[in-house]
Design a protein around this ligand. Structure first.
Ligand SMILES: Nc1ncnc2c1ncn2[C@@H]1O[C@H](COP(=O)(O)OP(=O)(O)O)[C@@H](O)[C@H]1O
Ligand SMILES: [Mg+2]
Length: 247
């Protein structure tokens, strides 16, 4: 259950990127707040800015304007090192592509983030996490020896092994057939719920988003609907969010 303490806060956020044809305004004045433990689906047509919004929330991209605050870190004041450390410890990410390292076994892939963080029992913890996603019997297999669904389980184990308070998924079932995708999503919701992980799930699948506590809809770089907070829709008064922040 969400405990109403904000863990992700965006306030008046815009993203403008340079392209050959000049600057492109990709995200426009976005404000919302996500509570600790909440599960949030972000939906919208292709090109509406879902992945860009996720890049801002994971700190892979810096906002051109406005404030992004995640689990106590204000991104605008953070340097690359701080952002990288923040991602390693506080954030898990699963994407459509599995992004596993082909020359490493499942176990080694899952242990990587822990080893980078200097954790001593990285392999023990990685093994436990692979067990949790039902892959205890495939630990020594290389990605090429695993099915797509199994590879995504490894990616999920890698995302969760540091026990991050937030899990981001960007179309995590996009490369899987629907039955396998459903299994992955069940697992993702189950693990997030059991650990109280805040889940932010980007998807173009409205049915999938409906499994979340709350659905944020995007179009043309703007939020057009938010079932969790009607105050953030349309012309947002960002002072509402600032008030929330000071609690
Ligand atoms: N690096 C970039 N430079 C210029 N435009 C980009 C860049 N990345 C994405 N875009 C544009 O931003 C818009 C939103 O893209 P994206 O966030 O990937 O949408 P979604 O994930 O909803 O499909 C699209 O019009 C896309 O073409
Ligand atoms: Mg996308």
């Amino acid at each position: 259950m969400a405990d109403r303490t904000p863990i992700i806060q965006l306030s008046g956020v815009s993203l403008t990127l340079e392209s050959g044809a000049g600057p492109v305004n990709i995200l426009k004045n976005i404000s919302f707040s996500i509570s600790r433990g909440e599960t949030v689906g972000i939906i919208g047509p292709s090109g509406s800015g879902k992945s860009s919004l996720m890049s801002l929330m994971t700190g892979l991209e810096q906002a051109s304007d406005g404030d992004v605050d995640v689990d106590g870190l204000a991104f605008s004041g953070a340097d690359e090192d701080e952002l990288a450390r923040h991602r390693l410890a506080r954030v898990g990410i699963v994407m459509q592509a599995f992004h596993l390292i082909p020359t490493m076994t499942a176990l080694e892939n899952v242990a990587v983030p822990l080893e980078l963080a200097g954790v001593n029992d990285a392999f023990d913890r990685a093994a436990k996490e692979l067990d949790a996603v039902g892959l205890g019997h495939r630990m020594d297999h290389y990605p090429a020896q695993l099915s797509g669904g199994e590879q995504q389980r490894v990616a999920l184990a890698r995302a969760l092994v540091s026990e991050p308070p937030i899990l981001f998924g960007d179309e995590p079932t996009g490369n899987l057939d629907s039955a396998t995708g459903r299994t992955i999503i069940d697992l993702l919701f189950d693990l997030a719920k059991r650990r109280g992980t805040t889940l932010v799930l980007v998807t173009h699948d409205a049915k999938l988003a409906d499994r979340c506590d709350r659905v944020i809809s995007m179009r043309d770089g703007k939020i057009v609907d938010d079932t969790g907070n009607t105050a953030t829709v349309g012309e947002t008064d960002s002072s509402d969010l600032k008030l929330g922040k000071s609690k």
